[in-house]
Design a protein. Structure first.
Lengths: 130, 767
């Protein structure tokens, strides 16, 4: 089955912090920003634990000293998350925005963030939660 | 006895339980001196400050053998960087600030971040001397990378990505470096980093509290302190093993080059403000040992003590333990010692004009303590004294006298049979495709080597990177690195001499005059006598060669314990960088062949000894003898190089190194291809004509005894030969031709085909 994992940093993420500060400067109301590389598998194991184990064995994807892996429920952005996909590269970057520490951002906020900062329309496109 | 109210380490506490690497005898010494149990903060402070990384406890006394003085030395190895006199322009004396470090262990565990923070750290070492940072360089040693899924390849890729990501982001060109692949680095890569800056000698800032600094402010600048890097100093002095990777992750340092870029520019603004005031201050990089290590060293070097309030430190996470705030090695931080009257403007520049707090979470400049006349180091936290020790005991009292065997000078090379039974055409392609010879372009093309707009020879276009660092002036500076692990495996002492010789040779090949050196000594566990013997022998060799080349060491670093728990150590790796100076940058010599019809000269003498050569590696043979260095002849050859460059008699030049003369010729032709001169080839005379049978053809073509290959225009031959008249080892070996082939022994090799062979191997690793 087709599945995706989000590989984020467990060490401080400077890019996410810079995005947070910049979004606020742009007047977009966000409290927290998380960033992750989204890796999609066309023929993934059914069991999330098996997929997780497979990812953790692949050093080109995962370094235990800096990464945290989350197996996603579906092959699509989560609530509060926008995927930015570069043309011809099937490796989106997932930006998860929060209005308050635990409240994911709504689609309007995500759209605004993508259009004004996160997505370069010349070479990238944004995928929003359904 | 001074009282400390922070929780004392329990007398029976196992040191490993509190994650410190102090030895029991060291702890006993601390207890005896304090007259009590050390507090946890003190335990971690001594752990960091007495680590090999900070204290050089087993090498400092050996390093005194190295020559560190000379006419070009402005500042020897006493502070964060050394400084060499470059030249004068418009009545100002300019100095080149140079520093050299390693980030080996962190890069093995977390390659991208480890290598990036290596660049970040070395740049701060140069910046804090009041200099503008103008270049970095990266000598790298990786394991075998043939398996695309191997950890070694992951490390080799991540390190290069980290170096490029950081260096490019801060806008500092990467102009020099080298890279070896060798299975003996499978468990421990080497990531050495060099940085260079330019400073007016009248505007140098020192890494110590100046005179009459009692009562001055201690100001911390930069990123908010967090737990990253906690234990980094002792971590870099412990043996690394894959099993420990998880527990080691606290030592991972997180780079932030964009914050660093702003801090650098804000610091340049502070330099200008201090020049207006005409006040001497202290400025120092926070590296190993964090706030404690930096603040203790900067005041102790000036003969003072300090009182630091850890609550005043800007932190990223509330509730951090005092030992973590004190010793953690969060990146992107520096520390000033300034008069209180200066502090408000200094804080304004960083916090308001350059808005540090808006760039990274809780980044800022903030006053954290005071310089004291009493020579004690005191840390306060939550109204309690958590550390109170004699500062000289903390920063300067540790030394390990480890046993070693005095190095012996190996016997002179005996007459040995020539390499026979192999054909030239078999060898050329295999040598050019060898991992230590093939093109590094896939690697260094990730680096910006021309940012700042003062690069004269960028990475890959010459043996050394060359800059014109003072706008409008004729001054130039060259930087090269060297250190051949294939040689050190055979004879460490002579390999160290060759490291100096190669670095100086690369600088000389650009027409510069070598003015000084730095070193990074990468070795295994010094408590194993064989490794300590290697360290002693290497320093002996460095000292001998530097003395003969009249090139003093002005800064350096020692990286020991490059060894896994299974006892597998790296080959002894003394790595050297050399700074060269140009009075007139117009005399620079580049590597690409320029035109057909020139005469090619070898300046150097081929030898029978092939130990450590690529030739023997591809043949699967060994030789226990390295080429000897005939210093008198070599120095005369270097003088000739300089004189001929000054007289503008060279059209191109290349130092002969890995792969020998044939490789050098090919690389000069390949460099010409990149410049659009794809039709220039070379024809080499029969080797017998210029070796007169002293060595065989293969030793002549592939030997790695050093020397230069130079291109002289036909019109300049008489002038060049006049200069070379009294110099031994100058041989006319061939001509350049208007055909893209290399003709050797009546065989013509297509240079485009050879280029493809040479240019391909690393493309898969660095796509």
């Amino acid at each position: 089955m087709r599945r995706a994992v989000a590989i984020g940093l467990k060490i401080p993420d400077n890019a996410a912090y810079t995005a947070l500060v910049t979004l606020r400067r742009l007047g977009i109301d966000v409290a927290r920003v998380e960033r992750a590389d989204i890796v999609r598998f066309a023929d993934a194991p059914d069991e999330a634990t098996a997929l997780m184990a497979a990812v953790e064995r692949d050093e080109s994807l995962y370094n235990p000293n800096k990464h945290r892996v989350t197996v996603l429920e579906t092959d699509a952005p989560r609530v509060g998350e926008v995927w930015i996909v570069q043309d011809n590269v099937d490796r989106p970057v997932g930006w998860r925005l929060y209005r308050s520490p635990d409240l994911p951002a709504d689609t309007a906020t995500l759209t605004q963030a993508a259009e004004r900062l996160l997505c370069n329309p010349a070479i990238e496109r944004a995928i929003f939660p359904k | 006895m001074r009282g400390c109210s922070n929780r004392a380490a329990h007398p029976g506490h196992r040191l490993a339980d509190v994650a410190v690497a102090l030895r029991p005898d060291e702890l006993a010494r601390i207890r005896e001196r304090l007259g009590r149990e050390p507090t946890l903060v003190e335990l971690h402070a001594f752990d960091a400050q007495w680590s090999e990384h900070c204290s050089y406890k087993s090498s400092r006394h050996l390093l005194k053998k190295l020559p560190t003085t000379g006419t070009a030395v402005v500042l020897g190895p006493a502070e964060d960087s050394g400084i060499l006199h470059l030249g004068e322009w418009n009545g100002e004396r300019y100095g080149i600030v140079i520093a050299h470090e390693s980030h080996n262990h962190p890069s093995q565990v977390v390659p991208f971040e480890g290598a990036a923070t290596g660049i970040g750290g070395i740049v701060r070492d140069v910046l804090c001397m009041g200099a503008h940072v103008i270049a970095v360089a990266d000598p790298l040693r990786f394991g075998t990378i043939d398996d695309p899924h191997s950890h070694q390849r992951y490390v080799a890729q991540g390190v290069v990505d980290g170096i490029s990501a950081y260096g490019n982001a801060i806008g500092v060109p990467n102009i020099a470096g080298d890279c070896y692949f060798d299975s003996r680095f499978d468990d421990n890569c080497l990531v050495n980093v060099v940085s260079m800056g330019i400073v007016k000698e009248s505007e140098i800032i020192h890494s110590y509290a100046p005179r009459r600094a009692d009562g001055w402010d201690i100001v911390l600048v930069g990123k908010a302190t967090d737990p990253s890097g906690f234990g980094g100093a002792s971590f870099s002095s412990l043996t690394l093993d894959a099993q420990d990777e998880d527990s080691n992750k606290g030592a991972v340092q997180v780079p932030d080059p964009f914050l660093k870029s702003v801090i650098m520019r804000a610091s340049y603004r502070v330099f200008a403000y201090l020049r207006e005031l005409g006040v001497a201050v202290g400025f120092k990089d926070l590296g190993a040992g964090g706030i404690m290590g930096c603040s203790a060293e900067i005041v102790s070097a000036g003969g003072y003590g300090a009182k630091i309030d850890l609550e005043a430190v800007n932190v990223a996470i509330e509730g951090m333990r005092p030992e973590v705030i004190a010793v953690g090695e969060t990146q992107e931080r520096l520390l000033w010692v300034v008069p209180p009257a200066v502090t408000p403007e200094l804080l304004r520049i960083y916090n308001e004009e350059f808005t540090l707090p808006e760039i990274a979470y809780n980044a800022r400049a903030t006053t954290i303590g005071t310089v004291t006349a009493e020579k004690r180091y005191v840390l306060r936290y939550h109204d309690q004294t958590v550390m109170d020790v004699e500062i000289d005991f903390l920063t300067g009292s540790i030394r390990d006298d480890l046993p070693f065997t005095e190095p012996t000078v190996p016997a002179a090379t005996a007459e040995r049979p020539l390499v026979t039974g192999v054909q030239l055409d078999e060898l050329i392609e295999r040598v050019l495709a060898h991992g230590d010879v093939c093109s590094r372009e896939p690697l260094y093309r990730r680096y910006d080597s021309v940012v700042r707009g003062c690069t004269v020879i960028p990475r890959g276009a010459g043996d050394a990177g060359v800059l014109a660092p003072v706008p409008g002036s004729s001054l130039g500076v060259a930087l090269a690195v060297a250190g051949n692990p294939r040689m050190s495996h055979i004879d460490v002492r002579l390999a160290a001499e060759h490291a100096v010789y190669e670095a100086v040779r690369k600088v000389a090949a650009t027409g510069a005059r070598a003015i000084g050196l730095t070193d990074c000594l990468n070795f295994g566990n010094p408590r194993k006598i064989e490794h300590y013997n290697d360290l002693v022998a290497a320093i002996d060799g460095l000292a001998r060669a530097a003395g003969r080349f009249n090139s003093p060491f002005v800064s350096g670093n020692v990286s020991l314990y490059n060894e896994s728990a299974n006892g597998r150590a790296i080959p002894a790796s003394p790595i050297v960088s050399c700074v060269g100076a140009f009075n007139d940058i117009a005399t620079v010599v580049t590597m690409p062949l320029k035109s057909a019809g020139s005469v090619l000269y070898l300046i150097g003498t081929p030898q029978l000894a092939l130990g450590g050569s690529v030739l023997l590696d591809v043949l699967g043979r060994s030789d226990e003898h390295l080429p000897r260095i005939d210093y008198d002849a070599t120095i005369a050859q270097h003088d000739l190089m300089y004189a001929a460059a000054q007289a503008r008699l060279f059209r191109s030049a290349h130092a002969i190194g890995n792969g020998g003369l044939i490789t050098a010729i090919c690389e000069m032709a390949f460099a010409a291809m990149r410049k659009g001169r794809a039709s220039i080839g070379a024809q080499i005379h029969d080797a017998w004509q210029w070796t007169h049978g002293s060595v065989g053809d293969l030793e002549a073509y592939f030997g790695e005894a050093g020397g230069f290959l130079v291109e002289v225009a036909a019109d300049d031959v008489e002038a060049f030969e006049g200069l070379a008249d009294d110099v031994t080892g100058v041989h006319e070996i061939g001509v350049t031709i208007e055909r893209p082939v290399l003709v050797v022994d009546d065989q013509a090799f297509d240079l485009h085909r050879l280029h493809s062979i040479w240019n391909t191997p690393l493309r898969e690793v660095y796509p």
